[in-house]
Design a protein around this ligand. Structure first.
Ligand SMILES: C[S@@+](CC[C@H](N)C(=O)[O-])C[C@H]1O[C@@H](n2cnc3c(N)ncnc32)[C@H](O)[C@@H]1O
Length: 230
């Protein structure tokens, strides 16, 4: 972490331009986020309570809300600016969306949920932080509840990690990402604390999750999670 710079402050700086760059910076965006939504094991018309951790500007929440029109979604983020963008996005349906400034690494998680989701956020925590957070997530899920994490994972060897990084750089450049946007993304990535998929699956099981699985993976982009006692 750069001296005096927090993850929240980094995303505060990035909030306004964030949505514009997202699809370019996440080459498999549609399949990646789409698989996460598809893997939520509920009927589309069910009333479900959903918690989105590190919800940012509300991209994943918006996709969940569209697929599950009766879902009530709590968006949690440490950056008030990112949540400010989400507040404007969901201004027409304030009763469905609750927005809370919470540091999920340091504070308790609010509420009880059928579904906890997260996208591209938990990789900001180191291994110990991830293990603790997986336990906290387990604690706020009701029986049978699911956790779906849409995140980046570390390659399981340095060679595999180098291949992931090369593929990402090639793909984003092919999509025409400008060097300024790329430099800002690379600066944010310096704060990442990536863990391998294998480690994280083991930590999920250690937290009590069953049916731990990874239904989607494209280089470093993976959708993985598990279910609480079924
Ligand atoms: C790359 S953005 C992803 C936002 C959104 N989930 C998406 O898919 O577009 C990561 C978000 O995680 C938030 N975040 C990082 N660490 C956090 C923490 N400890 N508690 C709450 N939010 C956190 C950041 O503020 C940022 O909004």
């Amino acid at each position: 972490m750069r001296a005096g710079v927090t993850v929240g402050a980094l995303f505060d700086e990035a909030a306004e331009g964030y949505d514009r760059a997202r699809r370019q910076l996440v080459p498999p965006f549609d399949d990646f986020y789409g698989t996460a939504v598809e893997s939520i094991p509920h009927e589309r018309d069910e009333v479900i309570r959903v918690l989105d951790l590190g919800a940012g500007t509300g991209l994943l929440s918006a996709l969940v809300a569209r697929a599950f029109p009766r879902a009530r979604i709590t968006l949690v983020d440490v950056s008030p600016e990112m949540l400010g963008v989400a507040r404007r996005r969901f201004a027409d349906e304030p009763e469905r969306f609750e927005l809370r400034v919470v540091d999920y690494a340091r504070e308790p998680l609010p509420g009880e949920y059928e579904v906890v989701v997260s996208a591209l956020s938990i990789h900001h925590l180191g291994g110990t932080g991830k293990r603790e957070l997986f336990r906290k997530i387990y604690g706020v899920l009701c029986d049978g509840g699911v956790f779906v994490n849409v995140d980046q994972v570390l390659g399981s060897t340095p060679e595999i990690e180098a291949c992931y990084r090369e593929a990402w750089l090639r793909q984003v450049r092919e999509r025409g990402v400008g060097e300024e946007v790329l430099a800002a993304a690379l600066a944010r990535m310096e704060e990442d604390q990536m863990s391998t998929l294998e480690e994280q699956k083991a930590w999920l099981e250690e937290a009590g999750f069953r049916q731990v699985d990874c239904p989607y993976k494209n280089y470093s982009f993976a959708v993985y999670g598990g279910r609480k006692r079924v």
